[in-house]
Ligand binder design. Structure first.
Ligand code: BDP
Length: 333
């Protein structure tokens, strides 16, 4: 019943009103009807994997738990959704570690530019003991990280010119996700960073409120930013993992048997997402290029990396306890 009513509400109200309604928990779901948050549209690799998670859990628990993912951030923007999952107003979500930083300081390590040398290295780190350490830090903030999705490498794009060297960023107004480290990153390149929610970026690009942003190919494409920003420069400055996270209260309400079913489904969903990602990123790239986006390889990444050194120094000064974690990640082959 709550579920059907919710469908009606979410279909007929704008996202802001829906988020507001949720925040006062006016429509609590049945314990077994799990509501999940996702920023991406239907068909996006993450959305397909999350749908698989929904179906798998419902089937394997014989309907004791019925997760349902809500796409397109209709349940609110990412920082709000993280809070709502921590409080148990939402049951699960697919969260990027960027906006997680302000809540779980340890995860800020993952937002240090050029930390990982490849997506595969990131997977190896997150699938091993270091990933467990991040999961423990998240659990302390009431989020149970069950598996890790990839989100490729993020690069800059803008409406004006190709970025080939750091000084090409000078003066550009660039949208970043909600995390001060990204503001510092753009500052270090001489640009002006504007933290803004994902849903506002398209309109802001169109009206010239910002000149550009940064993201991976699938998001650049599915958000339609490519229709406005015609220069995509492969800086690949951030490789950020994303969690499939369950609210601690929803998790604790499960029997051991159901916990194991949910965990396995989350791990299988991550496998699927990572496979779909490869294919999806290639297709997105082809689509934006066919639409006239000029994609340029950035030859001298070291020049960008060098500009990030003060960010590392300041970070380590502020979090001396995290220096060895950075080293451990860098030493992971
Ligand atoms: C996408 C991430 C998503 C972020 C979005 C953004 O998958 O979690 O919300 O970027 O830039 O790549 O806000």
């Amino acid at each position: 019943m709550a579920q059907r009513f919710w469908d009606h509400v979410s279909a007929s109200l704008p996202a802001v009103a829906v988020a507001g309604a949720l925040s006062v928990a006016a429509f609590p779901a049945h314990a077994e009807d799990w509501r999940g948050w996702n920023v991406h549209p239907d068909g996006y690799p993450n959305s397909v994997a999350l749908k698989f998670f929904d179906e798998e859990v419902s089937e394997k628990t014989d309907g004791r738990i019925n997760p349902r993912i809500y796409n397109n951030a209709v349940l609110g923007d990412q920082p709000d959704a993280i809070d709502q999952t921590r409080s148990g107003a939402l049951d699960f979500g697919n969260f990027n570690m960027g906006p997680m930083g302000p809540i779980v300081p340890e995860t800020d390590v993952l937002s240090l530019p050029f930390l990982f040398t490849s997506v595969d290295q990131m997977y190896r780190v997150m699938d091993g003991d270091i990933g467990k350490r991040f999961a423990d830090a998240l659990a302390e903030k009431d989020l149970i990280a069950l598996s890790w999705f990839g989100s490729g490498a993020r690069s800059f794009y803008n409406t004006d010119h190709a970025i080939k060297e750091p000084d090409d960023v000078k003066g550009l107004k660039l949208r970043v996700m909600n995390n001060d480290l990204y503001v510092d990153m753009v500052d270090a390149l001489g640009g002006n960073a504007t933290p803004m929610s994902y849903g506002e970026v398209f309109q802001s690009l169109k009206t010239g409120v910002i000149d550009g942003a940064e993201n991976n190919f699938p998001s650049f494409e599915s958000s339609n930013h490519y229709e406005v920003a015609k220069y995509f420069s492969e800086t690949g400055h951030l490789i950020i993992p994303e969690c499939l996270c369950v609210a601690k209260s929803s998790w604790n309400a499960l029997s051991d048997e159901d916990k194991s079913i949910v965990r396995t489904a989350a791990e299988d969903a991550a496998k699927k997402q990572r496979e779909l990602w490869e294919e999806g990123a290639e297709k997105s790239r082809e689509k934006v290029e066919a639409a006239g986006v000029e994609v340029n390889v950035v030859e001298d990444k070291a020049a960008f990396q060098k500009r990030m050194e003060p960010i590392y120094q300041a970070f380590i000064q502020e979090h001396p306890d995290l220096e060895s974690l950075i080293d451990d990640i860098r030493n992971t082959q």
